[in-house]
Design a protein around this ligand. Structure first.
Ligand SMILES: O=c1ccn([C@@H]2O[C@H](COP(=O)(O)O)[C@@H](O)[C@H]2O)c(=O)[nH]1
Length: 238
């Protein structure tokens, strides 16, 4: 079984209402997984739900991917910290000044959440990047943006599990690598393009695995979660 002091799975609560999210959350153990609130649920249910999850003992990753002028992002990060979240994120494409402003805003507060940056979305391929004017492979872009994020004082990045081994070698153990694009063997990819299985992601050195639809869209979400936990546990046990 995985180390319950530092659960590696972050369940993406991509639901259209607080009630739908809470129906799953009530079956989750905060000692065994973390939860992520993203744009859909936050826009529907707002800070009230985030507070409720925090009060329920969950480490909450507020995944709103802030990308705006530095002053605006700094204010948004301070507001996220006030909610008591465990982790908050920005887009690395917002640049150094924005990321530094976000970090400084969090350092000025009492309880400092982890601050990480999205590099290249896991739904993007090299062709998608070319279309928006970013030359090079996803790996090259992820490497460049991860270096910028670390240089701006951030705690880690969001990347696909496929880039984890390279980033781990470049940035060391303390730099958090958070990976969506997790698909248990045989699961539908949906819109994800750069994916790995839970076991392979852990083997590659991923710190935290973000898993949404394979769990939330399953007939038996808890069964899928237990299988993911067992797959991770087997890798961690060596
Ligand atoms: O590059 C990124 C950044 C964030 N996400 C988020 O992770 C989950 C993944 O959900 P699945 O259903 O397991 O695909 C989702 O909330 C995304 O907003 C990402 O997928 N890729």
């Amino acid at each position: 079984m995985q180390n319950t002091n530092d659960p590696r799975v972050i369940v993406a609560l991509d639901y259209p209402s607080a009630d739908a999210a809470l129906a799953l959350v009530e079956r989750l153990d905060p000692a065994r997984c973390r939860v992520k609130v993203g744009k859909e649920l936050f826009t529907r249910a707002g800070p009230e739900l985030v507070r409720r999850l925090v009060d329920g003992g969950f480490d909450v990753f507020l995944d709103l991917k802030y990308h705006d002028i530095p002053n605006t992002v700094a204010g948004a990060c301070a507001a996220a910290a006030d909610l008591g979240v465990w982790m908050v994120n920005v887009h690395a494409l917002g640049g150094r000044a924005m990321m530094e402003a976000a970090r400084e805003a969090l350092e000025a507060g009492g309880r400092r959440p982890l601050l990480i940056a999205v590099t290249v979305l896991t739904s993007h391929s090299e062709a998608d990047l070319a279309e928006i004017g970013l030359a090079g492979s996803p790996m090259e872009n992820v490497q460049r943006l991860a270096a910028l994020a670390q240089g701006s004082g951030l705690d880690g990045v969001v990347c696909s599990p496929r880039e984890v081994a390279t980033l781990r070698a470049a940035h060391g153990e303390g730099f958090r690598l958070v990976t969506p694009g997790i698909r248990p063997s045989g699961a539908a990819l949906g819109d994800q393009k750069r994916v790995m299985t839970p076991g392979d992601a852990i083997r590659s050195g991923s710190d935290y695995l973000v898993i949404g639809r394979p769990v939330t869209g399953a007939d038996d979400p808890m069964g899928v979660l237990l299988a993911v936990e067992a797959e991770i546990g087997a890798v961690l046990a060596g």
